[in-house]
Write a protein that binds this ligand. Structure first.
Ligand SMILES: [Zn+2]
Length: 283
């Protein structure tokens, strides 16, 4: 799932390649992705792209005051093309969901798999998108002081808090694993009980991990971003492999539809965390 660094890189790509161009046509190949009825997508036709930005994990294409807000969800992606086919796509076939023609070049929004989560809103104000309106402060600009305030009194697990978009915007499953590993904190730590020096480490780790991931992602061709993200990870999706910091084996906690990874030596005092799902099976 694309997170803050990948979406930031896509926004950067659109600022460089789409801004100044005219939306000549929008093709909706999958009506399920379109979450707004009015304004209609045809109202984008003829408008100039004036900006591109990011709200948490949402991408925003500003078409002279009419915004296309995109949430790529788990398996969605944006593919830029220097020359898009002018033939309208056949609805409901293949991964293509939404196509934006920019007078020659343009981009496709695609989604692989059967579990659909890709969402597009056409709005006059990005804040009209409910999941944008709910976002907490952005992780990239979050200060140490803000982090302390946000975490005060919170009792959920650190993993849950870091990925709660209404608390902090932009961090998902992959980068939360990386941030906690860099900060040497357990995914099961209680945010409201973290000592000051642990909050210092967490704040530093958040900036270090996200900034370096943005730097790696920006400038990469949009098609290569996913692979680039994988290459920068130290614990996420690396269960069973050695931790690059201490050499211990990276462990995994898995749930019904997702899993997270951590290093016991770096993060939990050498003790593997209890996997509730597994212990229930063993009873
Ligand atoms: Zn380690």
């Amino acid at each position: 799932m694309p997170e803050l660094p990948e979406v930031e890189a896509l926004a950067h790509h659109l600022r460089e390649h789409a801004v100044g161009r005219t939306v000549t046509r929008v093709d909706v190949a999958s009506f399920g992705v379109l979450k707004t009825v009015t304004p209609q997508w045809t109202e984008l036709h003829g408008r100039t792209v004036t900006g591109a930005g990011r709200y948490g994990k949402h991408l925003d294409l500003d078409c002279d005051g009419l915004h296309v807000v995109i949430h790529l969800a788990r398996a969605g992606w944006l593919r830029w093309s220097d020359q898009l086919s002018p033939t309208p796509p056949k609805p409901g076939r293949g991964p293509l969901a939404f196509r934006v023609h920019l007078d020659g070049p343009g981009f496709d929004l695609t989604e692989a798999g059967t579990k659909k989560g890709l969402a597009v809103w056409i709005v006059h104000d990005p804040k009209d998108v409910p999941s944008v309106a709910r976002l907490g402060p952005d992780a990239l600009g979050l200060t140490r002081e803000q982090l302390g305030e946000l975490f005060g009194g919170r009792t959920e697990r650190l993993k849950t808090a870091l990925t709660d978009q209404s608390l902090i915007a932009g961090i998902g499953n992959a980068y939360s694993d990386e941030i906690m590993h860099t900060a040497k904190l357990s995914p099961y730590a209680t945010p409201g009980k973290l000592p000051e020096e642990a909050l210092d480490r967490l704040s530093d780790a958040m900036h270090e991990v996200l900034t370096s991931a943005v730097e790696r992602s920006v400038g990469q061709a949009a098609a290569r971003l996913k692979g680039e993200k994988r290459s920068g990870l130290r614990v996420h999706a690396r269960a069973g492999l050695p931790c690059p910091v201490c050499g211990d084996t990276v462990r995994e906690i898995s749930f019904a539809d997702k899993a997270f990874q951590y290093c016991p030596t770096c993060q939990t005092g050498g003790k593997p965390l209890a996997d509730r799902r597994l212990s229930r099976l063993l009873k």
